[in-house]
Design a protein around this ligand. Structure first.
Ligand code: SF4
Ligand code: SF4
Length: 398
């Protein structure tokens, strides 16, 4: 895609002499800083050989779960195919850490949203900055240029791009770790048809540490750098629509959208360099201590308001209701039973209903049991019925 409102095309030497290219690269890096992009790096647009091999192994073992789009797109490891005549991939990063999260008033009846998703949708924030960067580069070169901004939406291996462009390194937790910023970062790429000198990659610096691997509540790491997404709470709460394996539900605790545990324990995140926090990622009040009962009982208009302008737009109303039901089941608080019974009245979707039934079984008590016994006689859906039987068996007299 070429940028709108560009000046008339002039013949351009796509391979500028080295000193000019270096000067241009430095100017681009400076502009990026003024736009609030905290890190930037440059890599030649060649196929991602290491990343392609790792992706193939990962897909072969089916660790991607239902993320079929990971397997479907042939461009994923060859970003050059995303833009004709593309020469360079510019990788950028912004940190979303730095804003204190207001946990006051949180109880077991409140849910937790992953740190990255608490403010404005980073896809929009970063894409706007990449478009602005492309426009500035065009003004700088006074030539028509072709660029393509990508923020998790185009099929590109973003962590691989960031590593090749020297923005950070791929850590044992599979996330990009940027010295000085840690892993609480979002990444974007600008493909461009100008050849620019590459940045120097950063050697991995995890060393002997394996805190993230040990801390994962679901043992989702098969090994360093290898994640079985099918066990990862982030994948299960955000991407996965189906039935959450019963043995994993208690591990969700009160997480309703994503999980930060492997990042919370990383020493690079506990001692970040002092720096101003990006205003764009200031957390929305409504994600501070969201009441699980409200999320479970949202109608479609309330759901739209709740997720608007945030990354939570990726989760349907049913998915958030399913996740809230699990969190209520984990609350050990019998005040959750009322909203769960209301949820059974409100929701028709068997996936949501089945998880509500499970939660009632976890909390127990006469009210819950009475409803479950009624449901055992009337329920038509086989999954929900199976959950009813399981929930009743948890409290069967010895
Ligand atoms: S996000 Fe949570 S569940 Fe997923 S790997 Fe990290 S700690 Fe494990
Ligand atoms: S916790 Fe340790 S091993 Fe994991 S990403 Fe951080 S430094 Fe690397």
């Amino acid at each position: 895609m070429s940028l709108p409102n560009h000046p008339p095309p002039l013949p351009i030497k796509r391979s500028a002499p080295q000193d000019h290219a270096l000067e241009l690269r430095n100017k681009i890096a400076h502009i990026a800083t003024t736009l609030g992009l905290e890190r930037i790096g440059f890599a030649p647009l060649t196929p991602f050989e290491r990343g392609a091999k790792a992706l193939e192994d990962w897909l072969d073992k089916e660790y991607h779960g239902d993320m079929k789009y990971m397997a479907d797109h042939p461009f994923r490891h060859d970003p050059a195919q995303l833009l004709p005549n593309a020469k360079t991939i510019i990788s950028v990063a912004m940190s979303y850490a730095g804003h204190a999260h207001d946990d006051r008033g949180r109880t077991r009846l409140h849910g937790r949203v992953a740190h990255y998703a608490r403010g404005r949708d980073y896809h929009r924030v970063l894409k706007a900055k990449l478009y602005a960067l492309g426009k500035e580069i065009q003004e700088l070169t006074k030539h028509e240029i072709q660029v393509r901004p990508c923020v998790d939406t185009a099929p590109i291996l973003e962590h691989e791009a960031a590593a090749l462009a020297g923005v950070g390194f791929i850590s044992k937790s599979t996330l990009t770790l940027i010295p000085g910023l840690g892993t609480y970062v979002v990444l974007g790429e600008l493909l461009i048809d100008i050849e620019l000198p590459p940045s120097k990659p950063i050697e991995p610096r995890c060393g002997e540490c394996k805190a993230c691997l040990d801390a994962c509540p679901t043992n989702a790491f098969i090994a360093a750098n290898v994640l079985d997404a099918r066990k990862c709470i982030s994948y299960l709460t955000i991407e996965y629509d189906g039935v959450i394996p019963r043995e994993l539900r208690p591990k969700f605790d009160n997480m309703i959208f994503g999980c930060d545990i492997c990042q919370q324990v990383c020493p690079y995140n506990t001692a970040p360099q002092p720096r101003p926090a990006a205003n764009e990622f200031k957390p929305f009040e409504r994600f501070s201590n969201p009441a699980l009962a409200d999320i479970l009982l949202h109608g479609s208009a309330a759901h739209k308001r709740f997720v608007s302008d945030s990354a939570l737009r990726r989760a349907s109303r049913n998915k958030l209701a399913r996740n809230a039901a699990i969190a209520l089941g984990n609350s050990s608080d019998t005040r959750a039973i009322g909203p769960l019974l209301e949820g059974l009245e409100l929701h028709e979707d068997p996936i949501v209903r089945g998880h509500i039934v499970w939660a009632l079984g976890e909390l127990g008590g006469k009210r819950a049991q009475h409803q479950l016994l009624k449901l055992e006689k009337t329920e038509k859906d086989s999954f929900v019925l199976e959950e009813v039987k399981h929930a009743l068996s948890r409290h069967a007299p010895a």
